[in-house]
Design a protein around this ligand. Structure first.
Ligand SMILES: [Zn+2]
Ligand SMILES: [Zn+2]
Ligand SMILES: [Zn+2]
Length: 166
């Protein structure tokens, strides 16, 4: 820039046009970056809204359907990456189900387990954890004494009432 200013010292009009063009280009890129960041936050906020409004844990496909209704169409990889980030921040919990699909729910609230309908694949939250409410000592089940439990998973599988009465 300094070199250009030096060369065109005599032609201030040209320099001012050049400076304006650079400024415009900067504004243009700043605008794109801002828009990208805003879009990212919007999707993140909207995913949290979708999960908050859901009556049961949702898969990425279901989350994407809800985003689509709001006019947001991020690609699958973006949503999966976002879910990883939200899990890392402990804002969202992942529920692994036998059919291989991962379901997501907001982490707020107590530890609990789930019922999975084999027909409609809906995941229902159970009120509590039977291990905790019955004071079951899981360590007693360990194959060796030196082992240590860090977490546990428990899903019930069956058919939900709406599917049964269909
Ligand atoms: Zn069902
Ligand atoms: Zn749940
Ligand atoms: Zn439990």
């Amino acid at each position: 820039m300094f070199i250009i200013v030096f060369i065109y010292r005599g032609n201030t009009r040209f320099v001012s046009i050049l400076l304006n063009a650079t400024r415009l280009r900067l504004w243009y890129w700043a605008g794109i970056v801002t828009e990208m960041l805003e879009r990212k936050t919007t999707i993140s906020t909207e995913v949290l809204h979708v999960l908050e409004g859901a009556s049961s844990p949702l898969s990425v496909a279901q989350i994407m359907e809800s985003l689509d209704e709001k006019g947001l169409r991020p690609n699958k990889t973006t949503v999966y990456r976002l879910m990883e980030k939200l899990i890392g921040k402990k804002a969202v919990s992942e529920i692994s189900v036998r059919n291989g699909t991962a379901y997501y729910e907001l982490s707020k609230g107590h530890h609990h387990h789930h019922f999975v309908c084999n027909e409609c694949e809906t995941v229902f939250c159970l009120d509590s954890c039977h291990v905790e409410s019955h004071g079951i000592n899981l360590s007693a089940l360990l194959p060796y004494k030196g082992f240590q439990i860090q977490s546990h998973d428990f899903n019930l599988y069956g058919v939900c009432e709406p599917c049964l009465s269909r």
